[in-house]
Design a protein around this ligand. Structure first.
Ligand code: APR
Ligand code: PHB
Length: 391
């Protein structure tokens, strides 16, 4: 089989790239290890920067966001006895949107089906070949057990943090920098109306807690736990008690409800560079991972792909390689900014270290609440810094 761009991975990065390339008249083939059903049901993050919403809308996949997404002006930051609202719209002119990554994925998969372009799900043994040559290829075994080969002009590695693409950048050219945090998140989804208008990020002596949401009837919560935490130790009552304590504030009540999903998420920061080698381009979690505290993972994947689709269109359309040559450096500048922001939010909000660390965290939170300069710095990063070269 021959195509112009072989895309490995049908997460938000791969699916959105496929959509943008299709809009530019560039044919692609998608190759995904999991089933389409699995991809559509995977529960992930839930906050979109307004630039991400605009890009999805411009690509023709914004209808449901406009209908079901919830626009938020900002977030609440909390520590014992205080809950302060940061208004991003006042501070930066930009809002954010609550809309689950699962829903973004569903919208993009539906668009892919409408476009009638090839996608292989449930593949195995994916291998990349000849990425340094002018004719790279991807081989794999399809769902029926047949050996397949895709010859392409470009390979887009959008296969997340555990995929094979990153390893096709030869070891001597590749640098991976990593930070593992000494805690994890226990995340739950519950069929209950949110007890808050906008997200609450809470520092507490027992550990961090986050009150998020998916819709007017579905809430999402996270608790800081140990990295080796056993879910079996967390009964529903224990979860609601911990959330009530850590999110607690005089005069405010947390409403519990049936828990419909629960999992433990590890917290890591990873940056792999370069994001291009020969005709292989990396995008999204294939190149970088952020801890979820700053809600950046999905937005970074969208920004990477906005840059990459333009670079590919210029190269394959007009033979101009300038954007492709600049892709890795341009994308990595934004990746590092978001990596710092996610690290900073994580470090400020999670209990770790000793009482000295706690003192530093609390003064930092108070500073953000009191100084418009400090608040604006958080708001600019949370609501999304510009994507270089895009209006
Ligand atoms: N072959 C084909 N596909 C693969 C392979 C492989 N060997 N390995 C992994 N994949 C697929 C995964 O099954 C997944 O569907 O690649 C896809 C990668 O998707 P994501 O992990 O969602 O990564 P990305 O598209 O970059 O989106 C980043 O997702 O993990 C969250 O927090 C992260 O919000 C961020 C966003
Ligand atoms: C979520 O709703 O899943 C969510 C929201 C904000 C975060 C992380 C996760 O920072």
């Amino acid at each position: 089989m021959r195509t112009r761009v072989a895309i490995i991975g049908a997460g938000p990065a791969g699916l959105f790239l496929a959509q943008l390339l299709d809009a530019a008249g560039i044919e692609s083939v998608l190759v995904e290890r999991r089933s389409a059903e699995y991809v559509k049901s995977r529960i992930r993050a839930g906050i979109l920067e307004s630039a991400s919403v605009r890009l999805l809308r411009e690509a023709g996949v914004g209808d449901r966001i406009a209908r079901d997404g919830i626009e938020h002006r900002g977030i609440h930051l909390q520590w014992p006895g205080e809950r302060r609202h940061l208004d991003f719209v006042d501070l930066t002119g930009k809002s954010v949107w609550v809309y689950g990554q699962t829903e973004v994925t569903k919208d993009l998969m539906a668009a892919r089906e409408r476009a009638g372009q090839a996608a292989f799900y449930e593949v195995s043994d994916v291998e990349l070949h000849d990425v340094e040559s002018d004719s790279p290829a991807v081989t794999f075994t399809d769902a029926e057990g047949r050996a397949q080969r895709i010859d392409a002009e470009i390979i887009a590695g959008c296969d997340g943090s555990h995929g094979p693409s990153r390893h096709s950048v030869p070891r001597q050219h590749r640098r991976t920098l990593e930070r593992t945090y000494p805690f994890a998140w226990l995340g739950i989804r519950a069929d209950v109306a949110p007890s808050t208008d906008e997200l609450i990020y809470a520092w507490h002596p027992d550990g961090f807690a986050l009150h998020s949401m998916r819709s007017p009837t579905v809430s999402r919560f996270y608790l800081q736990v140990r990295p080796d935490e056993d879910l079996a130790d967390w009964s529903d009552d224990r979860i609601w008690d911990a959330l009530s304590t850590r999110l607690g504030l005089d005069g405010w009540t947390l409403h519990p409800g049936p828990i419909t999903e629960r999992s433990v998420l590890p917290m890591r920061s990873v940056v792999t560079s370069p994001m291009r080698h020969g005709r292989l381009f990396l995008a999204g979690d294939a190149a970088h991972t952020v801890p979820p505290t700053g809600a950046k993972g999905l937005n970074l994947a969208i920004a990477d792909v906005a840059l990459l689709s333009r670079a590919i269109a210029e190269w394959l359309g007009a033979g101009d390689t300038r954007l492709a040559d600049a892709y890795s450096d341009t994308a990595l500048r934004r990746v590092w900014r978001c990596t710092h922001f996610s690290w900073w939010m994580t470090t400020m909000l999670h209990r770790h270290g000793d009482e000295f660390d706690a003192g530093l965290q609390l003064t930092q939170l108070q500073r953000v609440a009191q100084s418009s300069a400090a608040a604006t710095e958080l708001a600019e990063n949370y609501s999304g810094i510009p994507i270089e070269g895009l209006p």
